[in-house]
Design a protein around this ligand. Structure first.
Ligand SMILES: Cc1cc2nc3c(=O)[nH]c(=O)nc-3n(C[C@H](O)[C@H](O)[C@H](O)COP(=O)(O)OP(=O)(O)OC[C@H]3O[C@@H](n4cnc5c(N)ncnc54)[C@H](O)[C@@H]3O)c2cc1C
Length: 401
């Protein structure tokens, strides 16, 4: 039933035949290879190299690179559908793949011709990338980061420590945000530089042992007198804040798509389970109270999925500012993922609480989606503050009254 509802809905947002064929290929790969390996990777916490190699083998990195630089030039809606499919099978694999996309969007949007020609074809052919923003002093408040970029002759020296960096120990390329030394300490100093793997002065301090997304790699990175050519600065010093806002506008829909992949997997898992499980002489699914739970889950999922496609359309139509729509999406999709995964676990009873059950893993994975790419409290802030502009001025009393 859910599949037929989804199919009718997706037909309204049908992509080109080539894109639909790619999504079908990825869905097959997920079912046959990626999902069956998810549990083992979650248990070991090892980076899902086999899955990433399988994605590299079908050239999936090309999907987010423009045609002019060796990519496939696909629509954003297609990227979002791909992220959903991958996350349905293995969220850790999905973020390891999408993390590269998040990292290189500033190069696509703000890189010089030389930077694009040098780095984008390498990524299209399978290189991994990492986006390094967060620090101990700057999480939600990104302007609080302290990494410094010191210009020295034709080079820039990087000094600082980055926290929770996805792909940080496996990336071939890093886009690092910091502050241009000597400029004021606020947003005006924010700058981004491209750093290649193997540059002296980069050190993986620690790999995090996480509650969920256990196979995706999340590390603390130290940059100590790490020098890159001045030509690696993205745009000009001081343009970083604008670049960062633009990058998160693209990564928020991507992580939302991943959240909805988790939500769909959790709902499917619950429906299968409660159709097979009997108590009080009937299937769990036949209790009306349980059907109410399913109604809430499917409504939340499909409404968020339709907003996802709408935001994808905005991105594809080159609308200049869709930041509020992206925040609404991130909030709704990640809250849906946590609610649906939690309810689906509840419907499994104690069986859902046991390690090794798929629902237990999805429940742990879902939680991260409310935290990253701007925690949900920040999304509420970005959405809520819009209303401050809408309040009509208080009518002034007429003079003499
Ligand atoms: C698995 C994982 C992978 C990650 N990958 C990356 C990556 O690749 N690159 C990268 O740069 N970062 C990455 N991050 C970091 C992530 O983006 C940050 O964790 C996130 O921005 C929140 O920052 P923080 O953890 O310092 O929380 P804090 O900013 O300390 O927030 C703590 C709590 O306070 C709330 N809060 C903060 N400010 C406000 C406010 N103004 N109003 C109301 N509530 C507020 C928050 O919502 C949150 O609930 C990753 C994180 C995780 C968990």
């Amino acid at each position: 039933v859910i599949d037929s509802l989804r199919l009718r809905f997706l037909n309204q947002f049908r992509l080109s035949d080539e894109e639909e064929a790619l999504i079908a290929t990825v869905r097959r790969l997920v079912v046959e290879e990626i999902a069956p390996r998810a549990e083992e990777y979650d248990t070991s916490g090892d980076f899902p190299w086999q899955n990433i190699r399988a994605l590299q083998a079908i050239g999936l990195n090309a999907s987010f690179i423009p045609l002019a630089y060796g990519g496939a030039g696909l629509s954003f809606r297609c990227l979002l559908r791909l992220a959903q499919e991958l996350s349905y099978g293995c969220p850790s694999t999905a973020i390891s793949w999408a993390g590269t996309y998040h990292a290189i969007t500033p190069i696509i949007d703000f890189g010089s011709e030389e930077q694009k020609a040098k780095y984008l074809p390498v990524v299209a052919s399978g290189a991994l990338a990492a986006l390094a923003i967060t620090e101990a002093s700057g999480g939600s408040d990104v302007a609080g980061i302290r990494t410094q970029f010191y210009p020295t002759g034709g080079k820039v020296a990087i000094q600082g420590t980055k926290s929770f960096i996805t792909n940080g120990d496996v990336a071939d390329l890093f886009v690092v945000f910091g502050k241009w030394a000597g400029a004021s300490d606020g947003r005006d100093a924010m700058t981004a530089v491209i750093v290649e793997k193997g540059t002296p002065g980069i050190r993986v301090v620690r790999k995090e042992d996480k509650m969920g997304y256990r196979a995706s790699s999340t590390v603390e990175l130290a940059f100590q007198d790490c020098q890159v050519p001045r030509a690696n600065v993205l745009g000009a010093p001081g343009q970083g804040f604008k670049q960062l806002l633009s990058a998160v506008n693209k990564s928020r829909p991507s992580v939302s798509a991943q959240a909805l992949g988790i939500a769909r997997a959790a709902l499917d898992e619950a429906v299968t389970y409660i159709n097979a499980r009997w108590q009080f002489g009937q299937r769990i699914v036949d209790f009306q109270g349980v059907q109410f739970m399913l109604a809430d889950m499917v409504s939340q999922l499909l409404l968020a999925e339709s907003w996802l496609m709408y935001v994808g359309q905005l991105m594809d139509s080159s609308v200049a500012d869709y930041s509020v729509e992206a925040s609404i999406l991130k909030l709704a999709a990640s809250d849906a993922a946590v609610h649906i995964a939690s309810t689906a676990l509840q419907l499994h009873g104690a069986y859902g609480y046991i390690r090794g059950s798929r629902i237990e893993r999805l429940f742990r994975d879902a939680k991260a989606t409310q935290l990253w790419e701007g925690a949900n409290e920040l999304q509420r802030h970005y959405i809520g503050r819009v209303f401050g502009d809408q309040v009509p001025e208080k009518p002034r009393p007429e003079v003499g009254k």
